[in-house]
Design a protein around this ligand. Structure first.
Ligand code: WT7
Length: 657
């Protein structure tokens, strides 16, 4: 968090509309009234260990029962369900094979060209076992890190489940990241095996992936022994004998029997990198039992899952949303999950609605940025499709403006489906604040209330709750099973990033989420966005420092400061203020070159929308860049507030965007 970010956040939202759950949905729901919600909250409050322990025994299968529920004796390092052994892949597959669910569809996959594959639980189990045996054949065992750099194909989910099955933690790297970003993540994790594909389809074009892996490895990733390649696009790709293997050649011939390895509750399940306000992305570590329980419970509660639901989450498996709500949450519950390779595109603006109509999707979970794009192209597109199968709509990734929320409810949900606005983070493992569709009255733009067992609050820097209506920091007061356990290889950074911003006088630990929020008179949370140097572009989280480092790594750049500015479609756009080396001209060609450079260093999503060349940046006398000023300038606002610490006021005139 920067020193000059404002300590309170004033919200301009004055939303009065409210929508009750549909009575038929409430009547059949798992949690069907606010009284039922309040009772769960009270139970969790009175006896947290009893509440979580009972849930873990009821919802998960265990090889060995656990002895303790929560060990918080060494905060902020939590240990959940110690003494127990379980396996996420077992809970997602094997335990569904005994009854009628064995032949139920577990996964429906649709490729962008329209090819469809379906797997029953029995079939998915067999595929996962084959893949797990293939990993073993490559010498991968318990504790070895496996990276996935994949398009949205079934093999991505199969590989994740295969890793979990043999206790090899996975590290999924979003396929949109560059070779450089991939290499950093491979080296940080000391990855032994990379699973990738020749490419995938995006906007009616084959987009290659394997060359980025080749490039990352050619620049030095000594820990990587093998690359397992799924054939998806059929394009020619380089192959290094001895190192690279085709998935179909290695996996298809394996035995479909591979027992799930009993894993200790706190054994590492996966690492997933996310951007923070300083330095390189952090490897967020999640562990076996707590993550499984939280993905399972939240999925069940928030989507009020029923046996015949078809659940579709449009995220990529490269993000936590894909981990928890395409793969693990749905499968742990024995639900049918849909995975779609494509995206709406000029040739097919109704691509999503076509998928809903064709597969009779009942639960649809997407991002506000997508909803805003749909709004822009008008309701004529969705109105052409039959979406009467839908019963619940969800959003995730950034605050949703009330207009987009209303449009989503009316146009996509036929004014019939509850909208659940789910607030959470990579670090929280699963949703933390969200309506329950059968219980919680919703208000457009509010994520409403914490889920049962979650003690969330809006606080000041001493951890005191701020008064109703006032802005403050979103924090969590008690540990929860799905919380991240540490930053891979850097426990100190874990402590510093999340547990030291808010310092209560009594020495207790509060989890600092990095978001600002306020609560209204009903206790509803209104999340206002990041209060640190993290920006949210189309629901993708980017650290301004990372983009600055990428810019400064270009030979012509002396210094760079990056801030977000409001953007109608993307939520936030990226504005970079750049000073150049003496004698270098900041022209359009250099601007294009720098944008390309950032794309290569991080990935296309990190390319600045605007690059402003300047002779100097606004700094305090101690040399600290005053980002508050840059944020105002980037948004086209007058610079207000205190500028007395600014060293040289004349720089402001140069910087207007
Ligand atoms: C950040 C976490 C968790 C899945 C996707 C992003 C923002 C997320 C909401 C929401 C307002 C939201 C926050 C948060 N965010 N959901 N419903 N309302 N803001 O995961 O990349 O870890 O980013 O996304 O700023 O801190 P992530």
């Amino acid at each position: 968090m920067t020193q000059d970010s404002s300590p309170t956040i004033e919200s301009v939202l004055q939303e009065q509309r409210q929508f009750d759950p549909p009575p038929e949905l409430a009547a059949a729901a798992r949690i069907g009234s606010m009284a039922a919600y309040d009772a769960l909250m009270a139970q969790a409050q009175a006896d947290p260990d009893g509440f979580w322990g009972e849930a873990a025994r009821r919802e998960l299968d265990w090889f060995e029962p656990f002895d303790t529920v929560l060990d918080w004796s060494n905060p902020p390092f939590a240990r959940w369900f110690e003494g127990g052994t379980t396996n996420l892949s077992y809970n997602c597959l094997d335990r569904h094979l005994e009854g009628p669910r064995a032949d139920k569809t577990a996964l429906i996959w649709e490729g962008e060209p329209g090819d469809v594959r379906r797997f029953t639980y029995r079939e998915l189990h067999a595929e996962v076992c084959r893949a797990a045996n293939a990993l073993k054949a490559l010498g991968v065992g318990k504790g070895d890190l496996v990276a996935l750099y994949m398009p949205m194909v079934p093999e991505a989910a199969i590989a994740m489940l295969a890793c979990a099955r043999i206790g090899a933690p996975h590290s999924v790297v979003f396929g949109g990241f560059s070779a450089e970003a991939l290499r950093d993540r491979l080296n940080d994790g000391q990855v032994k095996l990379v699973i990738t594909a020749d490419g995938g389809f995006r906007k009616d074009k084959a987009v290659s992936l394997k060359p980025a892996v080749d490039q990352a490895l050619s620049e030095g990733c000594p820990s990587v022994e093998h690359v397992l390649v799924v054939r998806r696009t059929g394009e020619a790709t380089g192959f290094e004998a001895g190192r690279d293997l085709w998935w179909h050649e290695l996996v298809d011939g394996q035995s479909a029997d591979c027992p799930a390895v009993p894993m200790a509750s706190e054994d590492r399940l996966f690492v997933l990198y996310t951007s923070g306000s300083t330095g390189k992305p952090k490897g967020v570590v999640h562990t076996t039992a707590g993550y499984n329980l939280w993905a399972h419970l939240t999925f069940q509660w928030i989507f009020d899952i029923r046996e015949d639901d078809i659940h579709w989450c449009t995220a990529d498996v490269g993000w936590i949303t894909g981990h928890s709500y395409i793969v693990y949450g749905p499968l742990s519950n024995g639900a049918t999950t849909l995975m779609y390779e494509g995206a709406p595109r000029p040739a097919k603006p109704g691509a999503f609605w076509e998928v809903i109509e064709k597969h009779r999707v009942t639960i649809f979970y997407t991002a506000p940025t997508a909803i805003r794009a749909f709004m822009k192209s008008g309701r004529e597109v969705p109105d052409r499709y039959d979406m009467s199968s839908l019963r619940i709509l969800g959003t995730v990734g950034e605050p949703i403006n009330p207009e987009a929320w209303m449009w989503y409810r009316d146009v996509i949900g036929g004014d019939r489906c509850p909208v659940v606005d789910t607030w959470w983070q990579t670090e929280t493992g699963g949703v933390m604040i969200s309506p329950l569709p059968g219980a919680t009255p919703t208000k457009p733009g509010s994520a409403t209330l914490p889920l049962p067992g979650i003690v969330a609050d809006v606080v000041d820097l001493e951890g005191n709750s701020v008064p109703t209506g006032q802005g403050g920091y979103l924090a969590v007061r008690r540990p929860w099973p799905g919380m991240m356990r540490t930053v891979h290889g850097d426990p100190d950074r874990f402590r510093r990033s999340y547990w030291e911003h808010i310092r209560p006088a009594d020495g207790s630990y509060l989890y600092f989420a990095g978001d600002g929020a306020r609560r209204d008179a009903d206790g509803y949370f209104w999340v206002m966005g990041r209060v640190d140097d993290v920006i949210n572009v189309s629901g993708h989280r980017l650290g301004t420092m990372e983009i600055e480092s990428a810019l400064v790594s270009h030979p012509s750049v002396a210094e760079a400061a990056v801030v977000g500015r409001p953007d109608d479609l993307k939520g936030e756009g990226i504005v970079a203020f750049v000073t150049l080396d003496v004698g270098v001209d900041g022209d359009a060609a250099l601007e294009a070159e720098l944008r390309r450079h950032v794309g290569l260093e991080i990935g296309p999503i990190a390319r600045p929308d605007i690059i402003r060349f300047t002779d100097s940046l606004p700094k305090t006398r101690s040399g600290k860049i005053m980002r508050r000023i840059l944020r105002s300038l980037a948004a086209g606002q007058e610079v207000s507030g205190d500028t007395s610490t600014l060293e040289d006021r004349s720089v402001l005139d140069q910087l207007r965007v």
